[in-house]
Design a protein around this ligand. Structure first.
Ligand SMILES: [Zn+2]
Ligand SMILES: [Zn+2]
Length: 147
């Protein structure tokens, strides 16, 4: 698949067309990305500012704001179905720390961010945990849903 990547710790980005489509686990959803938005964070990563230099490990597919269509779901996935139009929350909770186990996953102490700590959405496909995937209402345009 095509993916926009940071290959090396330097300014810029590289468009690759030979990246394997992500394999999904039991709790994951594979999304065919339709639209993406560019966030200020993406500009920091592109420009390779001090924050990006201290946080980003290359190689990485960046980007985290997107909408798309579900093309595959893991066998434990219940709420999301193939064909759903979705967007995603970009903070990935670990599911096992004290905060996660006491209903406070939004302040998970092992939080990972899509397109920062794990591969992101500037690609034809992205795999995300079901818990962060949002099903969009019918009639919302893909451009707006990406925001
Ligand atoms: Zn953002
Ligand atoms: Zn956690």
């Amino acid at each position: 698949m095509k993916a926009l990547m940071k290959l090396r710790p330097e300014r810029g980005a590289v468009l690759r067309d030979d990246i394997p489509i992500p394999k999904i686990g039991d709790r994951d959803v594979l999304i065919r990305v339709e639209k993406v938005a560019i966030c200020g964070t993406d500009l920091h990563i592109y420009n390779w500012n001090a924050w990006a230099q201290s946080r980003i490990k290359t190689p990485l597919i960046f980007g985290h704001e997107m909408s798309g269509e579900v093309s595959e779901v893991g066998k434990s996935v219940k709420r999301i179905k193939v064909g759903d139009m979705v967007s995603a929350e970009t903070h990935i909770p670990c599911g096992v720390c004290h905060q996660c186990l006491t209903g406070n996953a939004h302040i998970c102490s092992n939080m990972k961010i899509v397109g920062v700590d794990i591969n992101g959405t500037f690609a034809e496909y992205v795999s995300l945990l079901e818990v962060v995937v949002w099903k969009n209402k019918e009639g919302i345009s893909p451009e707006i849903a990406a925001l």
